[in-house]
Design a protein around this ligand. Structure first.
Ligand SMILES: Nc1ncnc2c1ncn2[C@@H]1O[C@H](COP(=O)(O)OP(=O)(O)O)[C@@H](O)[C@H]1O
Ligand SMILES: [Mg+2]
Length: 502
């Protein structure tokens, strides 16, 4: 092993799994420190001075390891760390989740307490060890503990914690087990409590499941025993810092250039568009891409359960629904926000996902002049999207006859963009479907583009087909052209009827 490998492995033992067996041990179990360290005591003033940037502390910590990478010292340090953490929690208790204190005040408080704790400890520490101890315990107590490193790693898109010893991560779509551990169920619970309390929520036996969002937009779901049988469970869906753009979707074969042309024109012409598909098929990503086609002089209101969309336009109001609080009050639903948005003079209303009664308000808005609305919904086919929408409108509790609902849908929705995650793992727009109107009691749909499943698969199982024009020119192209928006006839692979007429 070379030095940097030794360093890394020593760091790993110490910082991650080293604390594993440490919690619950009493001071008497702590091994005496390696001789030599004791002589290097430093004055407390060294660590209690003005806060140093984390980087220099980290550098200092690595230097210590270069000179003293012994297992015994890291072991006792780990125990000390666990001890310090326990004691700190015991001394500060609820003040750690006191939302009236801001981050700086909290840091100051924890720092002061920690310095006192370290001062009375019987284990002699080098100055660097002392600093590192304080930094790591602070990370644990004020940051997200062992999760911090995973959160900072941009290649990780999802973090799943199933109890203190099982942490899994997703990188580029692949799930792997992470080396990270929590010291105990208690430790995990504290990190969870810290995450939820910082966003003004609470998790305990009386409300054992919480959905929350970190400051950076990452989504967090936590569920604790007794509901989570094998230990507290935490799922973090990290906020993609750079969302996929239209070029990325074309590069991934999710969209063809012709479809991009068509969809861009649809958005610019203010057609009402629904993005449908199953969970994780890329609906939100597609909504984000479609929204990027909205001209920058329009006023956009986005409404989401949890903010996910990342629009680049300046004139943007982002609204987020609020769940009911612990007393069961204060809920603001998507539906409330849709209604409110109508009074905000929107040029565009974008609803992250319709799931219930808000669909009626959304349809009514579309039918009363709020054109160019965009939303997503969960459905298996474009036809299924229509029937789900019917069911959702029924959830609004207005007791409307089915036919009236269908008429509303048929006149409000212009286009359905349907996404499928194919067996080869690719996510593709498999249908661009026009909602034409009603025929009898049925809403008539017509595909403008459809995925060619007949092309089969290659030897790796990858689908060879693409989503092609069906040769049917949608009726809404007239509306697009009437507004002077360019839509080359090559998009449909058929001659332009206007050109022929002229
Ligand atoms: N066309 C695509 N190709 C590859 N990955 C995609 C595509 N669209 C979305 N993704 C990725 O798939 C995941 C789920 O996407 P998301 O838009 O949130 O899906 P949904 O809203 O349908 O649940 C995200 O990690 C996203 O980056
Ligand atoms: Mg989504």
């Amino acid at each position: 092993m070379n030095l940097s490998q030794r360093l890394a492995s020593a760091k790993h033992r110490e910082g991650i799994s080293g604390t594993h067996e440490a919690v619950g041990m009493t001071v008497s179990h702590i091994e005496s420190p390696v001789s030599g360290i004791a002589s290097d005591h430093v004055a407390l003033a060294d660590v209690s001075g003005s806060p140093e940037p984390a980087d220099s502390l980290r550098a200092a910590a690595s230097e210590t390891l270069v000179t003293e990478p012994t297992v015994r010292s890291t072991d006792s340090l780990a125990r000390l760390k666990a001890e310090a953490r326990e004691q700190l929690f015991a001394r500060l208790g609820n003040r750690l989740s006191d939302t009236s204190l801001d981050e700086t005040q909290l840091h100051e408080l924890v720092r002061k307490e920690l310095i006192q704790l370290v001062q009375v400890t019987e284990t002699p520490l080098k100055s660097e060890e002392r600093r590192r101890l304080i930094r790591e315990v602070t990370d644990d107590v004020l940051g997200y503990g062992p999760l911090q490193a995973l959160l900072d790693d941009d290649s990780i898109t999802e973090i799943m914690v199933n109890g203190p010893d099982n942490v899994f991560v997703e990188r580029t779509g692949r799930l792997t087990r992470s080396e990270v551990h929590f010291a105990s169920e208690e430790h995990l619970r504290r990190v969870i409590e810290r995450i939820v309390s910082r966003v003004g929520r609470r998790i305990d036996e009386s409300s054992p499941l919480v959905d929350a969002r970190l400051e950076d937009g990452s989504r967090v779901n936590a569920i604790i025993p007794p509901l989570a049988f094998s230990g507290s469970s935490l799922t973090i869906r990290k906020f993609g810092k750079v969302p996929l753009r239209v070029e990325d979707l074309v590069a991934r074969d999710s969209l063809t250039p012709a479809m991009v042309e068509l969809l861009r024109a649809c958005v610019q012409a203010k057609l009402n568009i629904l993005v449908s598909g199953g969970t994780g098929t890329g609906k939100t990503t597609m909504l984000n891409v479609l929204s990027s086609f909205i001209p920058s002089d329009e006023r956009i209101v986005t409404i989401e359960d949890a903010v996910e969309l990342q629009l680049q336009q300046d004139h943007l109001v982002r609204l987020e629904a609020r769940p009911r609080n612990i007393e069961g009050r204060g809920e603001i639903t998507i539906r409330d926000l849709v209604r409110n948005s109508l009074r905000m003079r929107p040029d565009r209303i974008i609803v992250g996902e319709v799931r219930g009664g808000e669909s009626l308000d959304m349809l009514q808005a579309m039918n009363t002049g709020h054109d160019g609305s965009l939303s997503t919904l969960h459905a298996n086919t474009p036809r299924d999207a229509i029937s789900r929408l019917e069911t959702m409108v029924l959830m609004a509790g207005m007791d409307l006859p089915l036919r009236a609902i269908r008429e509303q849908i048929a006149s409000a929705v212009d286009v359905i963009v349907h996404l499928t995650r194919l067996r080869d793992g690719t996510r593709r727009v498999t249908n661009v479907t026009e909602v034409q109107g009603m025929e009898g009691d049925i809403v008539t749909l017509q595909d403008a583009f459809a995925f060619d499943y007949h092309a089969g698969v290659d030897h790796t199982g990858r689908f060879l087909g693409t989503t092609k024009s069906t040769g049917v020119r949608p009726q809404f192209t007239e509306r697009i052209l009437d507004q002077g928006i360019a839509l080359p006839h090559e998009v449909f692979g058929i001659p332009d009827p206007r050109a022929v007429r002229r």
